[in-house]
Ligand binder design. Structure first.
Ligand code: UDP
Length: 421
């Protein structure tokens, strides 16, 4: 292709950036209370940027003395443990007092190593609060992805209350950042409407899926590998186990289906800290006569999930809110239709009637109805699955990383121009 005569050459990507992931490590096992989509994002984007020759240091709070100070997890991408507060796992709600110490720890590492970062990319409000302290000091632009925002969760009725200190900090931080990365156009609108963030300070860059892992494969073979009955019908849910994920709705839907069609619900995710929520869900299963049909399988390693998605007849995502919803994208990439709530990112990744179904109401009946439709009509199920595979070809992590790289390059240039004038 010949470039038009007036085409400006692409800006050089930054040489080195710092990513902040204060409350959770991108290398932690997934499916725990605070290990899900954000961890996958930080890992994949850091890897992808490093592959484009941007050196990336990801900083996380140290929770165990056994972890090495620095781990190179891909050529050019390192995880750095920063001691801030007690060296043990703490709930994210208790981490605010250590935000300052975290920033100091990052700065101590930077100064010891004699490094210069050209930008900070922070994840979740605690990281943003830390990055905020360093961006001015380092005179570099600060970019962030919030993943969830307290005010958005409250509006989605995805949580009954949020801590005032979080709400207050987020309301300030959204205006202190040089750029906010939103996962969808919908999230951009929320940032505009709720927080009045200027449009030009928001970049929409969707998340991705690893298309080398999440590939379609024959259902029978996947079931044989997993030891699943080839003749049964399975609905699968994958994710952190918390009320936000709406599993209660789905369990009630499965209860409703039982007399009409026999189906098992497989639930992947939830570490030992999910015990109370699992007990609550098991009580609901008992209440609706679905105890035998609901199986909690615990968390599974990310790279083993493709077989589970392919083995399932339907993947359900009944969440009250998802800023993006990686599980739906992974399932579609494996060729399995998704029945999801019409919320957040799910409304833009799942195409209603084409790659699955979007359910606008948070109640069991419509979920049961859509799931039954797919379970009773194999050609329809397969057609929706195949359309999902097609659609997901556009969602690749390397593309996401390159878009993040371009956004960072533009911002660094803009920032330096501003500093020089
Ligand atoms: N996941 C996993 N193993 C588990 C549970 C979850 O690998 O046992 C991964 C899942 O594949 C997905 C991520 O965790 O990539 C969850 O991301 P999603 O965006 O669906 O939800 P979030 O955690 O952001 O609420």
């Amino acid at each position: 292709m010949v470039a038009p005569a007036d085409a400006t050459p692409p800006l050089p990507l930054p040489q080195r950036i710092a990513m902040f992931s204060l409350h959770t490590s991108p290398l932690a096992p997934l499916g725990g209370r605070e290990t899900g989509g954000m961890n996958v994002y930080v890992l994949e984007v850091a890897r992808g940027l490093a592959a484009l020759n941007v050196a990336v240091d990801v900083f996380t709070r140290r929770t165990s003395a056994a972890e090495p100070d620095v781990t190179e997890f891909a050529p050019g991408a390192r995880l750095v443990q920063v001691t801030a507060g007690p060296v043990e796992r703490l709930e994210k709600e208790d981490l605010l007092p250590f935000v300052e110490a975290f920033a100091e720890g990052v700065e101590a590492f930077r100064s010891r190593e004699g490094l210069r970062y050209e930008a900070i990319y922070s994840h979740y409000w605690l990281s943003v609060a830390s990055g905020d302290r360093l961006a001015a000091r380092w005179r570099v632009p600060h970019v962030a992805m919030f993943h969830t925002l307290g005010d958005v969760k409250l509006r989605a009725r995805a949580s009954e209350s949020e801590r005032p200190e979080r709400l207050k900090a987020e309301r300030r931080l959204v205006h202190a950042l040089d750029r906010i990365v939103a996962a969808t156009e919908h999230e951009r609108q929320l940032l505009r409407q709720i927080f009045r963030v200027d449009a030009h300070r928001i970049a929409v860059i969707p998340l991705g899926v690893d298309l080398s892992i999440f590939t379609p494969r024959p259902q029978a073979e996947a079931r044989a590998r997993l030891g699943l009955d080839p003749a049964r019908r399975f609905v699968l849910v994958v994710g952190r186990i918390e009320p936000l994920k709406g599993l209660d709705i789905l369990i009630r839907a499965v209860g409703e289906l039982q007399p009409r069609i026999s189906v098992d619900l497989l639930v992947i995710g939830g570490d030992e800290r999910a015990a109370a929520e699992i007990a609550r869900l098991e009580a609901i299963a008992a209440e609706v006569g679905a105890t035998a049909a609901v199986r909690f399988l615990g968390p599974k390693p990310h790279d083993t999930l493709a077989d589970w998605y392919a083995a399932a007849d339907v993947v359900a995502v009944p969440s009250f809110y998802e800023s993006f919803g990686l599980v739906a994208v992974e399932a579609m990439a494996c060729g399995t239709p998704v029945v999801a709530s019409r919320v957040g990112g799910l409304a833009s990744t799942v195409v209603d009637g084409r790659t699955g179904y979007l359910v606008p109401w948070r109640c069991p009946e419509p979920f049961a109805e859509r799931i039954e439709l797919l379970l009773r009509n194999e050609p329809l199920r397969r057609a929706l699955g195949a359309a999902g595979v097609e659609r997901m070809r556009a969602y690749d992590w390397s593309e996401v990383a390159s878009r993040v790289g371009v956004a960072l390059a533009a911002l660094v240039e803009e920032y330096q121009r501003g500093a020089a004038s």
